[in-house]
Design a protein around this ligand. Structure first.
Ligand code: TMP
Length: 254
């Protein structure tokens, strides 16, 4: 384990070389950052929860035919994934006005959008992940037009599926960010869903109370972030109902 080659360390995850060529180990850290890492804190147990929630969502998406990089869970905070060439774009899908959309356009937080909105952000920390148009993507060659058609169609399918999944457990899927990569299967290249889907990368509101159950608890200094992530995991059936003893950390069930 200690001899593993670390290929990349991000704000919330580390990627190690996998056991076989074409595989990677994706390790979920307890670190939380916001506003391009201006704000940083460590929350014990966050990595374990995000790994489990992301694994669950990727598996469910796989079952409806969305190709993903996920292979299998390795331990409490690591998963084996297929190595993909990450497209340097964050794809954000929004159902409800919140976050930067509210700030940019002066909308009211919580207003439902007439239909899902797909936005693109160029992944570049030094530039603060600027919003871009589909034409920027074409002009700079970050993804081809066919790839974009496929990714946008997949993003909307993922949104439909996840909206239903969360609605079934009393949660409103406000918006989320996803990333895609390219994988070579012999001569053919495929697009796969990569990275993670977790309360770090989604806005999730309790339908009954409107309470925020995602990383906005950290961004907006609301407190109770781990409790909220545990609540999401518990509702998805990923935690035993027994309240963990203080200091015990979350109890995961399969
Ligand atoms: P935004 O409203 O701040 O643009 O965020 C839209 C969604 O994308 C929200 O669910 C949070 C997620 N997100 C990330 O996962 N990473 C990021 O760096 C940012 C800015 C947002």
């Amino acid at each position: 384990m200690s001899k593993r080659v670390r290929l990349y360390e991000g704000k919330a995850k580390i990627l190690y070389e996998g056991p076989e060529p074409g595989t990677l180990v994706q390790h979920f850290k307890d670190d939380a950052t916001a506003f391009n890492a201006e704000k940083h804190e460590v929350f014990e147990g966050k990595g374990v929860l995000n790994h489990r929630i992301s694994e669950y969502i990727f598996q469910r998406l796989g079952e409806i035919g969305i190709p993903t990089h996920f292979i299998k869970s390795l331990n409490m905070r690591e998963q084996l994934v297929r190595e993909a060439e990450i497209i340097p774009i964050e794809f954000v899908v929004r159902n409800v006005a919140a976050g930067s959309l509210v700030k940019r356009l002066g909308l009211n937080e919580g207003d439902a959008l007439p239909r899902p909105l797909v936005e693109f952000y160029y992944k570049d920390d030094a530039l603060g992940d600027p919003m871009i148009s589909e034409d920027h993507i074409a002009v700079f060659g970050w993804a081809g037009p066919q790839e974009m058609d496929e990714i946008v169609a997949m993003s909307l399918r993922i949104n439909d599926f996840m909206t239903g999944l969360f609605q079934g457990v009393g949660i409103r899927l406000v918006d989320f960010k996803i990333e895609f990569g390219r994988i070579w299967d012999g001569e053919t290249q495929r697009i796969v869903l990569a990275d993670e889907i977790s309360p770090d990368s989604c806005r999730l509101w309790d339908i009954a109370s409107g309470e925020k159950l995602d990383k906005d608890r950290f961004r907006q200094n609301l407190g109770g972030m781990i409790d909220a992530y545990q609540d999401v995991a518990r509702r998805l059936g990923l935690l035993s109902d027994a309240t963990p003893e203080k200091g015990d950390g979350p109890k995961l069930v399969k």
